[in-house]
Design a protein around this ligand. Structure first.
Ligand SMILES: Cc1cc2nc3c(=O)[nH]c(=O)nc-3n(C[C@H](O)[C@H](O)[C@H](O)COP(=O)(O)O)c2cc1C
Ligand code: SF4
Length: 429
């Protein structure tokens, strides 16, 4: 285990969060908003891509793919338009960091969009926002309207002779539309179902044209990288997990919320110090570290983990979207899994048989165990279904259900067995 980075809250993306009316253009500008436009437009687009590559910025939407490298996959000879799609679907249970960026500093995101569009030679950006974020979509649109009125967006964005138009597209409530290919289908007005990859969207994306899809937090990090350079960004975090992350924490903690820290801090310290520890003086039982699809960790694992891509991977889970869900020692892990599987089977788009059928069966078998009707052989059956759905479908939603299923059984098998032996759930309802 590598030594953890010192735990303290940092203010990179959240620098303006505490200001009154921080979401307005006036306040944003008073505190450095749009101040990196001149510097960015003074650079060659390719140099911005290189800077972002060197900064080590990795996608904050879940997979952690290096942002600059993704941008460099765009075709060099291309006669089609290039699009930017900003993923604000944020429907993964436990994840609520992008919402805060939109509520508190939407102009940081718009500045990031303008710079990114220039860097990847795009003129049209779409922000795909989850349907339930009605107020946030309105706030975003207000900020975009302000930016248009001030000449920051439009035909001559920021007076640089470069067109940047931004359109907000609200989803209709399907989790799968956060998956990048389903997101593109949905923007095109089609049924929100993932497309087969390859071709990857950098080559064939929106309206069959090259498209870069990035998470809100990824794009919002770009102005800081322009201002401080790749090295300035790399001062935060670890070598392979550079920068800061807006980690969300929810569940059984005293102070749930979003906290910005460097990557590489101790997960245990984060829970105990920033989130105020497990609530009601209880003990920690489990943490889902990065949104509900990440394999669950037990208390022993948590004590070993640092909040970076590598440590979570070494300990059998993932950093994902950085949304930690904490469970105390009175939590029924069978019921936890039942709730998760209810969500995933409901959200399957239905085009792949293993996902459409398998997730429903996983849910039914776990529900039976929770209701005292389970059999010992159900545990191996669940592991077998998990193996048979993961990696055999168009998108990874099936894996997003298989991973928590497998890890709940592996880490908390005795609880599942106790339910089966007793013929009932031993935890209070
Ligand atoms: C079922 C599913 C849901 C997803 N939901 C989101 C989401 O809400 N927000 C997001 O940024 N990425 C989500 N992703 C990941 C996206 O497909 C994509 O990897 C991401 O938007 C790329 O941006 P990034 O590289 O900046 O992380 C989801 C993936 C899957 C499979
Ligand atoms: S894995 Fe599930 S959600 Fe993804 S495309 Fe197939 S059926 Fe749809």
């Amino acid at each position: 285990m590598t030594a953890a980075v010192e735990l303290k809250e940092v203010k990179v993306l959240s620098a303006k969060y505490h200001l009154k009316d921080s979401f307005t253009l006036e306040v944003a500008r008073q505190h450095g908003g749009y101040s990196q436009i001149d510097k960015a437009f003074g650079m060659e687009p390719g140099d911005i891509v290189e800077e972002v590559k060197n900064s080590g910025l990795r996608g904050r939407g879940g997979a952690g793919f290096p942002a600059g490298m993704k941008w460099s996959f765009l075709p060099k000879d291309n006669d089609k338009p290039v699009y930017l799609a900003v993923n604000s679907d944020e429907s993964e249970p436990g994840t609520f960091k992008d919402r805060q960026i939109i509520e508190k500093d939407p102009h940081m995101l718009i500045e990031g969009i303008i710079i990114t569009c220039y860097a990847i030679k795009a003129h049209d950006a779409y922000i795909y926002i989850r349907g339930e974020y009605v107020a946030q979509a309105r706030m975003l649109q207000n900020a975009i309207d302000e930016a248009y009125e001030a000449g920051l967006l439009g035909e001559n964005a920021c007076g640089k002779g470069y067109r940047v138009d931004v359109t907000v597209h609200s989803g209709a409530g399907a989790y799968v539309c956060g998956e990048e290919m389903a997101l593109l289908e949905s923007i095109e007005g089609k049924k929100g179902q993932p497309r087969v990859k390859p071709p990857f969207p950098a080559l064939v994306g929106l309206y069959d044209a090259p498209t870069i899809i990035n998470n809100v937090q990824t794009i919002a990090s770009v102005p800081y990288i322009i201002e401080h350079g790749a090295e300035g960004y790399r001062k935060f975090g670890t070598e392979k997990s550079a920068g800061t992350f807006l980690f969300g924490i929810s569940g059984h903690v005293e102070k749930p919320g979003v906290y910005e820290v460097e990557m590489g801090v101790s997960m245990q310290e984060f829970i105990d110090k920033l989130a105020g520890g497990v609530w009601k003086g209880r003990k920690l039982k489990a943490v889902i570290p990065g949104g509900s699809s990440c394999p669950v960790l037990n208390a022993e694992d948590v004590a070993k983990c640092t909040l970076d891509y590598e440590s979570l991977m070494e300990n059998g889970s993932m950093l994902g979207s950085g949304g930690m869900i904490v469970s105390d020692d009175q939590t029924c892990m069978v019921r936890n899994l039942k709730n998760l599987l209810y969500f995933y089977q409901h959200e399957s788009c239905g085009q792949c048989t293993p996902c459409r059928e398998g997730l429903g069966w996983m849910y039914k078998v776990v529900a039976d165990i929770e209701d005292g009707k389970g059999k010992m052989e159900d545990l191996d059956l669940l592991l077998s279904i998990a193996d048979n759905v993961e990696g055999k479908t168009v998108c990874v939603l099936s894996g997003a259900a298989a991973m928590p299923c497998r890890s709940h059984i592996l880490k908390f098998r005795e609880e599942f067995e106790e339910h089966i032996k007793l013929g009932k759930c031993p935890f209070p309802k």
